[in-house]
Ligand binder design. Structure first.
Ligand code: HEM
Length: 136
């Protein structure tokens, strides 16, 4: 059997947190779609329940992301060559957009703004996921 070492644990934590942050948003969209029609009063509690899991997952993504960078050996001079540095910078912009979009979605009052910020959060998360896989 292949070894389960600290590197495997580190990447597993990063990927698990990504599945919760990104996959959870997609599942929530599908749930809210149905709840709006069948039990509108349950929409806000369902979103709050997801937030309790999602924000810790976002924090784990950032912590394990910096841990990935430190262990990957990319932090030495020349380690960001071959497009890696550009991909990392674009990914960080998308991570910020994802967090900001999700936070502004939570605090927005008007349905139009809720929709816009929710979409910004989800698209940022999907973009960060795509670039993360290309870096992995
Ligand atoms: C929305 C936030 C994020 C998502 C969805 C995400 C997703 C991913 C995914 C799916 C991988 C591929 C893992 C693999 O197969 O090896 C990955 C790798 C990586 N991520 Fe992230 N990530 C996020 C945030 C961050 C942050 C904030 C950092 C740095 C501060 C970071 C740094 C890295 C690095 C360095 C790798 C490559 C790991 C390796 O060398 O195996 N990520 N990310």
């Amino acid at each position: 059997m292949l070894p389960i070492d600290l590197d495997v644990i580190r990447v597993t934590l990063h990927v698990l947190a990504a599945t919760i942050w990104v996959g959870g948003q997609i599942v929530l969209v599908a749930l809210v779609w149905t709840l709006r029609r069948k039990a509108p009063e349950a929409v806000a509690p369902a979103a709050r329940a997801y937030a309790w899991v999602a924000w810790p997952a976002f924090a784990v993504l950032i912590l394990t992301g910096f841990w990935n960078l430190q262990v990957s050996g990319r932090m030495i001079p020349g380690g960001m060559a071959g497009g890696y540095g550009t991909t990392l910078v674009v990914k960080m912009v998308l991570v910020v957009l994802s967090g900001l979009g999700a936070a502004l979605h939570t605090f927005a009052k008007r349905p139009a703004f809720k929709g816009i910020w929710g979409a910004v959060g989800l698209l940022g998360a999907l973009g960060a996921l795509l670039l993360g896989v290309s870096m992995g």
